[in-house]
Design a protein around this ligand. Structure first.
Ligand code: 5GP
Ligand code: ZN
Length: 111
């Protein structure tokens, strides 16, 4: 998607502090961190949000889920971390390219 901020980060057209990437996803630091470690993990593929997922995305999403704890450990988050995915305006989503917030490194309040 040509006008999508996270597609541009995925393609390297907009700079981001990238900490991990593979064929499926890229992880970079949130520009406005809410925890000592606050990453955004996005698929390279433009998927708007969880509503936009299709059966054909099942394997991709599974691989990304399996990658989240690996990224967390690489960031030194051995005691745990939080993942948040906002879906749609009702869920507080501001960037309409599916992303997992990966947060940790401090004492997170219970939700
Ligand atoms: P959402 O509210 O859609 O779940 O989360 C979007 C996140 O993207 C926010 O936490 C916001 O701080 C982050 N963000 C917005 N623009 C940029 C940007 O240009 N670069 C980075 N690294 N993060 C961004
Ligand atoms: Zn996109």
């Amino acid at each position: 998607m040509s006008d999508c901020l996270f597609c541009k980060i995925s393609a390297g057209d907009i700079a981001a502090d990238i900490v991990y990437q593979d064929d499926d996803c890229v992880a970079f630091r949130d520009i406005s961190p809410k925890a000592p470690v606050h990453l955004l993990v996005i698929p390279h593929k433009h998927i708007e949000n969880l509503y936009d997922l299709r059966e054909e995305d099942a394997a991709l999403m599974s691989r990304i889920l399996l990658t989240l704890p690996k990224i967390a450990r690489q960031q030194g988050l051995d005691q745990g971390f939080r993942t948040v995915t906002n879906t749609g305006t009702g869920g507080g989503q501001e960037v309409f390219h599916l992303h997992f917030h990966l947060l940790g490194g401090g004492s997170l309040h219970p939700i």
